[in-house]
Design a protein around this ligand. Sequence first.
Ligand SMILES: C[S@@+](CC[C@H](N)C(=O)[O-])C[C@H]1O[C@@H](n2cnc3c(N)ncnc32)[C@H](O)[C@@H]1O
Length: 498
Amino acid sequence: MFLPKRSLFKGSAKPHIPQTKVHYEYSISPNTYSFKVPSSKKTLNPIQMIYKNAVNFPFEKSINEVYQSYPTLSSAQQLNRKERPRGVIMSTSDFIEDSLYNKHYGYFSKEVEIYHPEKPFNYSQVNNVDEFVKIWSKSYEKSKSLWHTPTELFSPHYGESLARYILITYKLGIYPYEDLVIYEMGGGNGTLMCDILSYIKKHEPEIYENTQYNIIEISSQLAKKQENSYRKKLKGQGLSADKLSIFNKSIFDWETVVEEPCFFIALEVFDNFAHDVIKYDMNTGEPFEGKVLIDKQGDFYQFFTQELSQYSTAYLNLRENGNFSILDYSNSLRGKLDKFKFNKTLHPLLESSIRLKIKNQILPFNDYLSNPEYIPTRLVKFFNILKHKFPNHSLISSDFHYLPNTINGYNGPVVQTVINGETIDVRTYMVQQGYFDIMFATNFELASDLYRQITGKVSKTSTHKKFLEEWADVEATTTRNGENPMLDFYRNASFLTS
Ligand SMILES: C[S@@+](CC[C@H](N)C(=O)[O-])C[C@H]1O[C@@H](n2cnc3c(N)ncnc32)[C@H](O)[C@@H]1O
């Protein structure tokens, strides 16, 4: 399998953890302890009492009193603040969003470099995939790139495959009644836009005359890059100046309703959509939502409460009402048999409650809560934005359906940074904000079901390879010995289209 994009991190994000005189109690690992609010008296077991007296336990008051004494803060309230938050409680998704997108210290507030090859690869001159990787690694080493994407690696062929898909779908359903309108969220270097527009201009000049391309980009630095790369191509390939509009904002702040039919492209953006975390009460099955408590010293603790956010509730309801209900499955024969398995990928509600009860006796401060499940609440929000702001869209999205080295928990993220050129994976998302990338894989079958329920539209999932076999110029990307890196790489990625 091909390495995920950031496992080849290089360059700019240099962690510098400030020194402090405060004593930290690292033994209270967020992976091990979950404080439940309200906490149940029963759970004060002997090991818990020994633990409390033997170590530097952080709280003098009861768990409930501690939780009630902190105010809550959202990532939107924190967005423009320069100092990392202290003495507050944040929802897990807001904590992750703040870590990634705060304007001053967020992971993406730094210079973002996406690998861009100096010139397209000439596959007919390359012997095989090994040689392709060698040539590419050499040019990647020279660049200061943070990550690489198929758009860039296989330019212009990857963009052209999307252009083919768009043109055929457009001609079948929309042409000649409406213009061809494309929205791309997270346009990176602007490569996809240039490859798509160049293809349309070359093969369908008439349609090109009535084409509009819009980019919605959160990073101001990348928005500038997109403008520049467009201007450069403008000169070289005669693209017209009035085709492009760039909106430098987050999709989550989009307000205008776009009534006309449009294609909405979202490539490699789902993985950084923040998630919330849920643990289930093993006695009742009731979901509890994780909140991050940041104390006055900036240390993190995970508290679980019955207060579910609007999107957590929506997600759990949609999942249970759709084709992937965990409760239905757990009542089936296969679900019951699953309880006997030791499987890391098992949903927490399918785990044996007896086994978890024993584990909870040994590990204090878990209060009969299950293993964590990370739920895609920003994806639910994104599909709602598509429904209400882009009611006549067709979606073209792609991202990873699998990531290795994830943290403990069902659907857990990869949390990583680069130190001295080495990629380091850590075991929790509750780390110094802005120094780590936090990435989630997407369950595309489930995403498709959520999308159907939210937008009322039918969608299709396919693997990266299958989509490209259908739409790309496979011959142009085949090496001399018949191998095809564009089809064979990114085996852990999928498409969702509608
Ligand atoms: C991994 S890059 C992918 C770039 C490009 N789509 C490609 O495949 O080469 C993610 C892109 O999404 C943008 N992005 C992330 N979150 C966003 C949001 N909420 N709204 C708009 N753009 C976002 C980033 O700034 C970046 O341009």
